[in-house]
Design a protein around this ligand. Structure first.
Ligand SMILES: O=P(O)(O)OP(=O)(O)OP(=O)(O)OC[C@H]1O[C@@H](n2cnc3c(O)ncnc32)[C@H](O)[C@@H]1O
Ligand SMILES: [Ca+2]
Length: 485
């Protein structure tokens, strides 16, 4: 006769089934409860009204996590067609109109139920700073037009204003450090100004209060050094270099910063039409001059060096033009034109030694203009003509201006974006205005989701086994093997 299995009693079968159901239920609840639920998002829009162009950025973050770490991401960007808003000084209405296309895009990108609560900011930088110096009335009119245009959209308009150079530098630093895990200095090269921001050693306390900004980020207090050099952006510094070389009002000017064979006619009035150079305009000059290239990196560096004043410094140390700068500290992220130029020249790799960068530039500058044009038929001719000058300026600014050495130069990373967000001041600006700069370090869950689920499963199994064992007293007695007598 077949021996009856003692486990096949109704009681043990019921206990087992209930136990299995309980475990499955427990694990299912744990998994479902902790599964990331589809997020609701909030949005913020910042218009970066730069000297050369305006760009619109849309940021998004999970609705419940306003104050959480690193959660704000760039959702979309739009490049406004045409030049920067300061170029519309003579026809301000057009500055407002120029923004409509990107604003319509923003209307499409941000869900309509969020429109009314979405803050919209416009920050203008060095182009408007210069226009404001040159012609206050014209600058006000441009802002009026821009304001009127932006108020016509369904967002929560929060104003348009000129950022100070200090704000521009500091918010660039906040952006980079909000997105990146390790503290990094920020180098921004615009069209009309350039910023350097970093956290110096504690003992290099700022001797110049106007260069110092305090921040609390991720539970740490930072004393930031920052400076913005007006007129030292890529376009204005080129004007200064051309002005320096046309002081005598020549008809033809030979420029080491442009390729051999390069030749264009430039207008004196147009060249000197900027507060960065207007005072230097030669008294007696013809209408135009012919700007020709020579293509010599080392001579070009000499020209660029004359644009920095190294003689006066009332502090213990200066970068240039009598501006205090503590010793450089840590690694740096260099963006905007630093990136555009070094990327074109294939020099963004930090492992390339400074000497090689210079040698490559020397070789590039020497290349005849015709050959350069043939090699890069798709690159905008204005940019193409200026890469030799801009590359030389970047190397000279970093080494002679900011005192990067061949050792510290390798600590500069040329970057366009970090984790999908463009490097620049806009994200930091929005985080600050919406009180979202995280003061404290993130509360990360102690276990990753998978680890959590595994632990719940193991504990549930253990509990089940213990439960079964606790039922031992009512276990059916194991029948002994039938003995054959
Ligand atoms: O910060 P400010 O000084 O106000 O200026 P901006 O914000 O308009 O300046 P950008 O960083 O946008 O650009 C810096 C410069 O780089 C130029 N630029 C943009 N794209 C470029 C490219 O692909 N190659 C070379 N230069 C480029 C641009 O015309 C500017 O002169
Ligand atoms: Ca800029």
């Amino acid at each position: 006769m077949k021996e009856k299995n003692p486990w096949h009693t109704p009681l043990t079968i019921i206990i087992t089934v209930i136990g299995v159901i309980a475990i499955v239920a427990l694990v299912t609840v744990a998994v479902l409860q902790n599964r990331p639920v589809p997020q609701k998002y909030k949005y913020g829009i910042v218009l970066d009204a730069g000297s050369s162009h305006t760009a619109l950025y849309i940021y998004e973050w999970p609705a419940e996590k306003d104050n959480n770490t690193g959660r704000v991401e760039q959702k979309h960007s739009c490049k406004v067609k045409g030049k920067g808003i300061s170029s519309y000084a003579a026809e301000p209405e057009k500055a407002g109109v120029s923004l409509t296309e990107c604003m319509r895009e923003a209307e499409m990108q941000v869900p309509s139920r969020r429109h009314q609560e979405t803050p919209l900011y416009l920050g203008a930088t060095a182009g408007m700073r210069l226009l404001n110096i040159e012609n206050r009335e014209a600058s006000d009119k441009v802002f009026e037009a821009v304001e009127k245009a932006l108020q016509g959209f369904p967002f929560s308009y929060q104003g348009a204003r000129i950022l100070s150079g200090q704000e521009e530098g500091a918010f660039g630093w906040v952006t980079v450090n909000y997105l990146d895990d390790q503290t990094t200095g920020a180098l921004d090269l615009g069209g009309a100004s350039t910023q350097i921001s970093f956290v110096p050693h504690e003992y290099d306390i700022s001797e110049s209060p106007s260069n110092s900004v305090a921040f609390r980020l991720y539970g740490n207090d930072y004393n930031l050094y920052t400076h913005s050099f007006l007129c030292y952006g890529k376009d204005q510094v080129l004007r200064m270099a051309l002005a320096h070389q046309t002081q005598s009002g020549p008809v033809t000017m030979s420029d080491p910063c442009f390729h051999p064979g390069y030749s264009v006619t430039r207008n004196y009035n147009a060249l000197y039409d900027s507060p960065c150079v207007s005072e230097r305009k030669p008294k007696e000059a013809p209408l135009n001059f012919t700007h020709t290239g020579v293509g010599n990196f080392f001579q070009c560096q000499e020209v660029v060096k004359t644009l920095f004043n190294f003689t006066s410094c009332k502090y213990s140390r200066c970068s240039f033009n009598g501006i205090f700068q503590p010793p450089l500290q840590g690694s740096f992220g260099a963006f905007s034109a630093y990136y555009f130029v070094m990327n074109f020249l294939n020099l963004t790799d930090s492992s390339i030694p400074l000497e090689t960068v210079k040698a490559n530039l020397a070789n590039y500058c020497e290349t005849p203009w015709n050959q350069i044009k043939q090699q890069h038929p798709k690159v905008k001719e204005k940019y193409l003509a200026e890469y030799c000058f801009s590359g030389t300026y970047i190397v000279t600014l970093l080494t002679e201006g900011y005192n990067f050495t061949k050792e510290t130069f390798s600590k500069i990373k040329f970057i366009k974006e970090i984790k999908g967000s463009d490097a620049g001041w806009t994200l930091g600006y929005m985080l600050n205005l919406t009180n979202m700069i995280p003061a404290e370090a993130p509360d990360s869950p102690p276990l990753p989701h998978a680890g959590y689920v595994s632990i719940v499963t193991v504990i549930a199994l253990l509990l089940f086994i213990l439960f079964i064992l606790s039922l031992r007293p009512i276990w059916p007695k194991c029948s002994k093997q039938p003995q054959i007598v």
